[in-house]
Design a protein around this ligand. Structure first.
Ligand code: GDP
Length: 301
């Protein structure tokens, strides 16, 4: 497929996907239907990888509930409807493992997406994203469109948002550690360090999403996660080692732990792409830190 369009072209995932057309929020406000439709009509893509969204870590989700709900709901609705109207044949949309119910059977499986309330810390984002799953299912059935979604675990990598308030755990800890080392101060981590997360490197998910767009014709969303769970404490230890940080590490229990864990069943993508080599956690972390340090002045933070 030649004419692939990426929405969220300057985001964590969009940045790493190789594709001829990338749009960012400066090119088109996807919250606005007319602008979205006009942009797609002008660009005439054959396929779309839809990565754009209002995203953030635990802090962002808890502090901007209204914005996260409205913007994600509008963006997904406008993108998928405009794609249909301009005759886009294939589309892959990004969901997230945090859209699953809080009370759920582990590992997460796609049958459980709509089986209960999401975790209280991110329900507006989760419900808005769940609607993209519904929209795609409905469009497949009514319009016979070959659209699908992927559900990644916690993505990290170069060009992330390194904000100290609403970033995800990996970029935020990297930024905090960078400052603690530079200023000779303590390094403060949120919560107990006990929660578990599955991480996936942005460059891996970029390659996988392109493969899915070009090769996958199934109905089910595909769960994509790396190799197993890591505790926040283990992540902290790895980062401290990588930065060679000798100062004090504080676990601030007045800050939230969020969801305790959300291990997922990624067997379907493993079956579909048996030879795909996932980047090791150590290598991904090294590359991400090195990108952040070299781009400190100009990166999103
Ligand atoms: P989540 O996976 O959707 O909950 O989002 P995050 O990527 O923000 O990860 C949150 C987990 O990391 C929680 O268990 C937090 O307590 C823990 N954590 C530790 N330090 C930080 C931090 O500085 N920022 C964030 N966002 N999370 C942190």
């Amino acid at each position: 497929m030649k004419k692939i369009l990426i929405t969220g072209g300057n985001g964590l995932v969009g940045y790493s996907i190789e594709a001829p057309i990338k749009i960012t929020r400066n090119d088109c406000d996807l919250v606005d239907f007319n602008k979205t439709f006009d942009t797609f009509k002008k660009l005439k893509p054959e396929g779309i990888i839809h990565c754009a969204g209002k995203v953030g870590g635990l802090g962002g989700n808890m502090n901007y509930k209204g914005e996260y709900f409205y913007q994600n709901l509008m963006i997904n609705t406008n993108v998928i409807e405009s794609a249909r109207l301009v005759g886009v044949k294939k589309l892959v949309s990004f969901l997230s493992t945090c859209i699953f119910p809080d009370t759920v059977e582990y590992p997460l499986t796609i049958e459980q997406i709509h089986n209960g309330e999401p975790h209280i810390s991110n329900y507006p984002y989760a419900y808005a994203k769940r609607m993209a799953d519904i929209q795609i299912r409905a469009y497949r059935e009514q319009y016979d469109l070959n659209y699908s979604s992927i559900i990644p675990s916690n993505i990290y990598g170069p060009n992330d948002n390194f904000s100290l308030e609403h970033g995800h755990v990996m970029p935020m800890l990297i930024h905090k550690l960078y400052l603690a080392k530079r200023n000779n101060t303590d390094f403060t981590v949120w919560g107990s360090g006990k929660p578990l997360r599955e991480f996936i490197y942005s460059k891996d998910i970029a390659k996988i999403s392109k493969w899915v767009l070009e090769n996958y014709n199934g109905t089910d969303p595909l769960i994509i996660s790396g190799d197993g769970e890591v505790s926040i404490k283990d992540l902290v230890d790895l980062l401290v080692q990588e930065f060679n940080f000798k100062g004090k590490v504080i676990f601030d229990k007045s800050k939230p732990d969020g969801q305790f864990r959300k291990p997922s069943n990624n067997s379907k993508i493993k079956e579909l792409m048996p030879n795909f080599k996932y980047t090791s956690f150590e290598k991904g972390i090294k590359e991400t830190i090195s990108w952040f340090v070299s781009n400190y002045e100009k990166c999103r933070k």
